[in-house]
Design a protein around this ligand. Structure first.
Ligand code: C5P
Length: 210
Protein backbone atom coordinates (compact mmCIF):
# COMPACT_ATOMS: atom_id res chain seq x y z
CA UNK A 1 0.00 0.00 0.00
CA UNK A 2 1.02 3.60 -0.47
CA UNK A 3 1.19 5.89 2.59
CA UNK A 4 1.40 9.67 2.73
CA UNK A 5 2.52 10.96 6.13
CA UNK A 6 2.90 14.58 7.24
CA UNK A 7 5.23 15.32 10.14
CA UNK A 8 6.97 17.99 12.14
CA UNK A 9 6.16 21.62 12.81
CA UNK A 10 5.68 24.35 10.23
CA UNK A 11 7.47 27.69 10.14
CA UNK A 12 5.49 30.82 9.33
CA UNK A 13 7.79 33.65 8.30
CA UNK A 14 7.60 37.09 9.89
CA UNK A 15 10.57 38.55 8.02
CA UNK A 16 13.69 37.08 6.34
CA UNK A 17 15.17 35.91 9.66
CA UNK A 18 12.18 35.25 11.96
CA UNK A 19 9.28 32.82 12.06
CA UNK A 20 6.48 31.44 14.23
CA UNK A 21 6.64 27.73 15.01
CA UNK A 22 5.85 25.16 17.75
CA UNK A 23 7.55 22.47 19.85
CA UNK A 24 6.84 19.52 17.56
CA UNK A 25 9.99 17.39 17.15
CA UNK A 26 8.57 15.36 14.26
CA UNK A 27 9.43 12.09 16.07
CA UNK A 28 5.94 10.58 15.90
CA UNK A 29 5.60 11.20 12.15
CA UNK A 30 9.10 9.92 11.38
CA UNK A 31 8.43 6.82 13.51
CA UNK A 32 5.21 6.23 11.53
CA UNK A 33 7.09 6.59 8.24
CA UNK A 34 9.77 4.16 9.43
CA UNK A 35 7.18 1.66 10.71
CA UNK A 36 5.16 1.73 7.47
CA UNK A 37 8.35 1.24 5.43
CA UNK A 38 9.41 -1.59 7.76
CA UNK A 39 6.13 -3.32 6.94
CA UNK A 40 6.99 -3.10 3.24
CA UNK A 41 4.76 -0.18 2.27
CA UNK A 42 5.61 2.66 -0.10
CA UNK A 43 5.97 5.82 2.00
CA UNK A 44 5.91 9.51 1.13
CA UNK A 45 6.95 11.69 4.07
CA UNK A 46 6.12 15.40 3.83
CA UNK A 47 7.86 17.14 6.68
CA UNK A 48 8.42 20.54 8.19
CA UNK A 49 11.90 21.32 9.56
CA UNK A 50 13.23 18.79 12.10
CA UNK A 51 16.67 17.57 13.23
CA UNK A 52 15.79 13.91 12.61
CA UNK A 53 17.33 11.45 10.16
CA UNK A 54 15.05 10.57 7.25
CA UNK A 55 13.99 6.90 7.59
CA UNK A 56 15.68 4.70 4.97
CA UNK A 57 13.71 3.93 1.83
CA UNK A 58 11.16 6.71 2.33
CA UNK A 59 10.37 9.34 -0.34
CA UNK A 60 10.99 12.65 1.39
CA UNK A 61 9.50 16.06 0.60
CA UNK A 62 10.77 18.89 2.83
CA UNK A 63 8.51 21.91 3.35
CA UNK A 64 8.55 24.92 5.66
CA UNK A 65 5.19 26.67 5.85
CA UNK A 66 1.62 25.39 6.26
CA UNK A 67 0.90 26.64 2.73
CA UNK A 68 3.83 24.64 1.30
CA UNK A 69 2.66 21.54 3.19
CA UNK A 70 -0.90 22.06 1.89
CA UNK A 71 0.38 22.42 -1.70
CA UNK A 72 2.61 19.33 -1.41
CA UNK A 73 -0.22 17.16 -0.01
CA UNK A 74 -2.64 18.40 -2.69
CA UNK A 75 -0.13 17.69 -5.47
CA UNK A 76 1.00 14.28 -4.19
CA UNK A 77 -2.19 12.70 -2.79
CA UNK A 78 -3.08 10.88 -6.05
CA UNK A 79 -2.65 7.11 -5.74
CA UNK A 80 -2.28 7.20 -1.95
CA UNK A 81 -4.13 4.46 -0.02
CA UNK A 82 -3.60 5.69 3.54
CA UNK A 83 -2.91 9.28 4.61
CA UNK A 84 -1.71 9.97 8.17
CA UNK A 85 -1.63 13.68 8.98
CA UNK A 86 0.61 13.92 12.01
CA UNK A 87 2.22 17.33 11.40
CA UNK A 88 1.77 20.10 13.97
CA UNK A 89 0.66 22.64 11.40
CA UNK A 90 0.60 26.26 12.60
CA UNK A 91 -2.99 27.43 12.91
CA UNK A 92 -2.10 31.07 12.20
CA UNK A 93 0.51 32.88 10.13
CA UNK A 94 1.49 36.54 9.83
CA UNK A 95 -0.75 38.34 7.34
CA UNK A 96 2.25 40.11 5.84
CA UNK A 97 5.85 38.91 5.63
CA UNK A 98 8.24 41.87 5.90
CA UNK A 99 10.69 41.96 3.00
CA UNK A 100 13.43 43.36 5.24
CA UNK A 101 14.31 42.42 8.81
CA UNK A 102 11.87 44.15 11.18
CA UNK A 103 13.73 46.89 13.11
CA UNK A 104 13.16 47.59 16.79
CA UNK A 105 11.58 51.01 17.24
CA UNK A 106 8.43 51.23 19.35
CA UNK A 107 8.00 49.53 22.76
CA UNK A 108 5.19 47.39 21.40
CA UNK A 109 4.87 45.61 18.10
CA UNK A 110 1.52 44.20 17.00
CA UNK A 111 1.58 41.33 14.52
CA UNK A 112 -1.62 40.51 12.68
CA UNK A 113 -2.22 36.80 12.07
CA UNK A 114 -4.55 34.93 9.74
CA UNK A 115 -5.66 31.30 9.60
CA UNK A 116 -3.54 28.83 7.65
CA UNK A 117 -5.23 26.36 5.29
CA UNK A 118 -6.63 23.27 7.07
CA UNK A 119 -4.92 20.35 5.33
CA UNK A 120 -6.79 17.57 7.15
CA UNK A 121 -10.11 19.36 6.67
CA UNK A 122 -9.43 19.70 2.92
CA UNK A 123 -8.59 16.05 2.26
CA UNK A 124 -12.13 14.87 1.47
CA UNK A 125 -13.92 18.07 0.48
CA UNK A 126 -11.23 19.84 -1.57
CA UNK A 127 -8.71 17.17 -2.63
CA UNK A 128 -11.35 14.45 -3.14
CA UNK A 129 -9.25 11.89 -1.23
CA UNK A 130 -11.12 8.57 -0.94
CA UNK A 131 -8.49 6.45 0.84
CA UNK A 132 -8.13 5.82 4.58
CA UNK A 133 -7.69 9.08 6.46
CA UNK A 134 -6.03 9.32 9.87
CA UNK A 135 -5.70 12.52 11.84
CA UNK A 136 -4.07 13.39 15.13
CA UNK A 137 -5.66 15.29 17.97
CA UNK A 138 -3.60 16.95 20.68
CA UNK A 139 -5.92 17.91 23.51
CA UNK A 140 -5.58 19.02 27.11
CA UNK A 141 -9.03 17.93 28.33
CA UNK A 142 -11.91 15.61 27.30
CA UNK A 143 -9.44 13.96 24.92
CA UNK A 144 -11.71 11.20 23.63
CA UNK A 145 -14.81 13.30 22.98
CA UNK A 146 -12.89 16.07 21.21
CA UNK A 147 -11.11 13.45 19.11
CA UNK A 148 -14.39 11.79 18.09
CA UNK A 149 -15.88 15.15 17.18
CA UNK A 150 -12.80 15.82 14.99
CA UNK A 151 -13.13 12.37 13.42
CA UNK A 152 -16.64 13.23 12.21
CA UNK A 153 -15.98 16.86 11.26
CA UNK A 154 -12.87 16.05 9.19
CA UNK A 155 -14.29 12.78 7.85
CA UNK A 156 -11.43 10.67 9.22
CA UNK A 157 -11.47 6.90 9.65
CA UNK A 158 -9.33 7.07 12.79
CA UNK A 159 -8.05 9.84 15.06
CA UNK A 160 -4.98 9.29 17.20
CA UNK A 161 -5.52 11.31 20.36
CA UNK A 162 -3.07 12.27 23.03
CA UNK A 163 -3.15 14.39 26.15
CA UNK A 164 -0.61 17.18 25.63
CA UNK A 165 -1.06 18.52 29.15
CA UNK A 166 1.32 15.73 30.27
CA UNK A 167 5.05 16.46 29.99
CA UNK A 168 6.11 12.80 29.81
CA UNK A 169 4.32 11.99 26.55
CA UNK A 170 3.41 13.61 23.26
CA UNK A 171 4.95 16.90 22.20
CA UNK A 172 8.74 16.81 22.05
CA UNK A 173 8.87 13.62 24.17
CA UNK A 174 10.32 10.21 23.24
CA UNK A 175 7.29 8.30 24.46
CA UNK A 176 3.62 8.51 23.72
CA UNK A 177 0.37 7.13 25.15
CA UNK A 178 -2.52 7.50 22.77
CA UNK A 179 -6.12 6.56 22.16
CA UNK A 180 -7.11 5.24 18.74
CA UNK A 181 -10.54 6.77 18.29
CA UNK A 182 -12.92 5.28 15.72
CA UNK A 183 -16.56 6.18 15.01
CA UNK A 184 -17.97 3.41 17.21
CA UNK A 185 -15.15 2.45 19.56
CA UNK A 186 -11.84 3.48 21.12
CA UNK A 187 -8.66 1.46 21.56
CA UNK A 188 -6.23 2.70 24.23
CA UNK A 189 -2.58 1.87 23.52
CA UNK A 190 -0.21 1.47 26.43
CA UNK A 191 2.53 4.05 27.02
CA UNK A 192 5.56 3.12 24.95
CA UNK A 193 8.28 4.58 22.73
CA UNK A 194 7.01 6.46 19.69
CA UNK A 195 8.53 3.69 17.51
CA UNK A 196 6.42 1.00 19.23
CA UNK A 197 3.29 3.17 19.23
CA UNK A 198 3.90 3.84 15.51
CA UNK A 199 3.97 0.09 14.76
CA UNK A 200 0.57 -0.34 16.47
CA UNK A 201 -0.91 2.66 14.60
CA UNK A 202 0.29 1.30 11.23
CA UNK A 203 -1.18 -2.14 12.09
CA UNK A 204 -4.57 -0.61 12.89
CA UNK A 205 -4.45 1.75 9.88
CA UNK A 206 -3.96 -1.12 7.45
CA UNK A 207 -6.93 -3.12 8.78
CA UNK A 208 -9.51 -0.30 8.72
CA UNK A 209 -12.45 -1.50 6.65
CA UNK A 210 -13.77 0.71 3.84
O1 C5P B 1 -7.76 20.81 14.65
P1 C5P B 1 -6.40 20.38 15.03
O2 C5P B 1 -5.31 21.31 14.54
O3 C5P B 1 -6.24 20.00 16.47
O4 C5P B 1 -6.21 19.02 14.22
C1 C5P B 1 -5.04 18.30 14.29
C2 C5P B 1 -4.94 17.44 13.07
O5 C5P B 1 -5.16 18.24 11.91
C3 C5P B 1 -3.60 16.81 12.87
O6 C5P B 1 -3.82 15.59 12.22
C4 C5P B 1 -2.88 17.82 11.98
O7 C5P B 1 -1.84 17.24 11.25
C5 C5P B 1 -3.99 18.31 11.10
N1 C5P B 1 -3.90 19.68 10.65
C6 C5P B 1 -3.76 19.95 9.30
N2 C5P B 1 -3.73 21.24 8.84
C7 C5P B 1 -3.84 22.27 9.71
C8 C5P B 1 -4.01 22.03 11.09
C9 C5P B 1 -4.03 20.72 11.52
O8 C5P B 1 -3.64 19.01 8.52
N3 C5P B 1 -3.80 23.51 9.23
Amino acid sequence: MKFLITAGPTREALDPVRYLTNRSSGRMGYALAGAARHEGHEVLLISGPTTLDIPAGVDFVPVESAQQMYDAVRDLIGGVDIAILCAAVADYRPVAVAEQKIKKHADKLVIELERTPDILGSMRSVFGFTGKLIGFAAETQDVESYAREKLHRKQCDMVVANDVSRADIGFDARENEVLLVFAEHTIPLKKDTKEQVAMRIIEHATIIKP
